[in-house]
Ligand binder design. Structure first.
Ligand SMILES: Nc1ncnc2c1ncn2[C@@H]1O[C@H](COP(=O)(O)OP(=O)(O)OP(=O)(O)O)[C@@H](O)[C@H]1O
Ligand SMILES: [Mg+2]
Length: 386
């Protein structure tokens, strides 16, 4: 048991044999009885400990029991401690203590009646313990009130986030849907006018490609939302299979070549070494596509480099661009959902890096960024072999 679990009692008497006798009467295994042979010693102890009760001998050389009690009542720290005076005098002396009648003050008379001493001390000790218990309960109550408040704030925050999320998603879906709708209106008009020239092979091909892109962007958005809700509910799972990274990178870069050409960006791939591991190939592809799409989007059209390196512990894919880069302050933020460094709208929901990092971590790996603002950014994906 720690000292805090004991009830501390103070007894003050100039005669050591009196202290010993009193100690014998009141001691118990859950109590610590401190003894002082003078008012001065008692004051020292009073400043160091919290006492449930002080039993003071009235007649002492130097500072007597009343003077000590006076000092105790005058000090905030000791004001509330109940005092029991021990005196040899008769009951008429009680009148002299009127000044203390408001506090918990009591009297014992010499010679001490053992049963009376015991029961008096027990009363004060149990009062003290009850008061402490109430204090503890009030504190616990206050703590749960604060926790409740924190939960409430968190709840409001997530409600607000959900609202923001829904309006962002609505906006992001609306843009491609509006375009598709306009296209169909136009086609309808052309058909009504029997203007088949508008549907010649070349125009039709461009139309189909355009439609495909709009639809693709909506599918991607919905997939991202499904991923976010999986991550949030802890249901994101990966299906690892034998995956070879240099081939995979080759394929991704070639798949993105149209997009790269449209952005006027040259992607170079430096991945000569075969690097095989047990990873979820689709998820790894998703991470790298996210990084490359960002590099095309935010890389200012400057060349982008993809590198594959490996050591015995992990494979590392780096996607480096020469765009504006990311400020130190934004480098943490961009991995949070819906966080975007710039203020531009319409480019995306700000989910790509959040999902990518969660996917990397689901593989036991990591996704980090290294960037000096103004000098491009390098995103580093590490995938452990084990
Ligand atoms: N290569 C980069 N260079 C500069 N800034 C970047 C780069 N990649 C990401 N960012 C910043 O980080 C933000 C978050 O990126 P993230 O991929 O998570 O979202 P997004 O691209 O805005 O939207 P989404 O990927 O959901 O379509 C971006 O909005 C951009 O401000
Ligand atoms: Mg992105």
């Amino acid at each position: 048991m720690y000292a805090e679990n004991f009830t501390k009692l103070l007894i003050v008497d100039d005669l050591p044999e009196n202290l010993m006798a009193l100690n014998e009467i009141i001691k118990q295994k859950d109590r610590i009885v401190y003894q002082a042979t003078s008012g001065e010693d008692a004051l020292m102890l009073l400043l160091q400990h919290e006492f449930a009760l002080a039993i003071l001998d009235v007649t002492m050389p130097g500072m007597d029991g009343f003077e000590l009690a006076e000092l105790m009542r005058g000090t905030e720290r000791t004001r509330h401690i109940p005092i029991v005076f021990v005196s040899a005098a008769g009951k008429e002396l009680n009148y002299a203590f009127k000044g203390y009648e408001t506090g918990a003050v009591d009297f014992l008379h010499k010679p001490l009646d053992i049963a009376a001493v015991k029961s008096k001390v027990n009363v004060f000790v149990s009062l003290y313990q009850q008061r402490n218990e109430v204090k503890r309960q009030v504190e616990a109550l206050e703590k749960s009130r604060q926790e409740l408040h924190a939960t409430q704030v968190e709840l409001q925050r997530s409600l607000r986030m959900r609202d923001d999320f829904m309006s962002m998603v609505a906006h992001e879906l609306r843009t491609p849907l509006n375009t598709l709708f306009l296209e169909t209106q136009m086609r309808k008009m052309q058909l009504e006018k029997s203007n088949m020239e508008a549907f010649n092979e070349e125009k039709l091909q461009r139309m189909v490609a355009r439609d495909g892109r709009q639809i693709q962007s909506m599918i991607r958005l919905i997939d991202d939302m499904v991923d976010v809700s999986r991550i949030r509910s802890g249901k994101l799972s990966i299906r690892p299979i034998e995956t070879e990274l240099s081939d995979l990178l080759q394929r991704i870069v070639s798949d993105l070549s149209h997009q790269a050409a449209a952005a006027g960006t040259d992607i170079t791939l430096d991945a000569n070494k075969i690097s095989s591991g047990t990873w979820d190939e689709f998820r790894v592809e998703q991470i790298i596509i996210n990084l490359l799409t960002n590099a095309l989007r935010y890389g200012g059209g400057k060349p982008v480099k993809v590198m594959l390196e490996a050591n015995p512990v992990y494979a590392e894919v780096t996607v480096r661009d020469q765009g504006n880069g990311i400020t130190a302050a934004d480098q943490h933020r961009i991995f949070e959902p819906f966080e975007r460094a710039g203020t531009k709208t319409g480019a995306g929901l700000g989910l790509g890096l959040y999902i990518a990092r969660q996917l990397a971590e689901a593989h036991g790996g990591s996704l980090t960024v290294d960037s000096t603002y103004g000098e491009g950014a390098a995103f580093r994906l590490r995938l452990p072999f084990q």
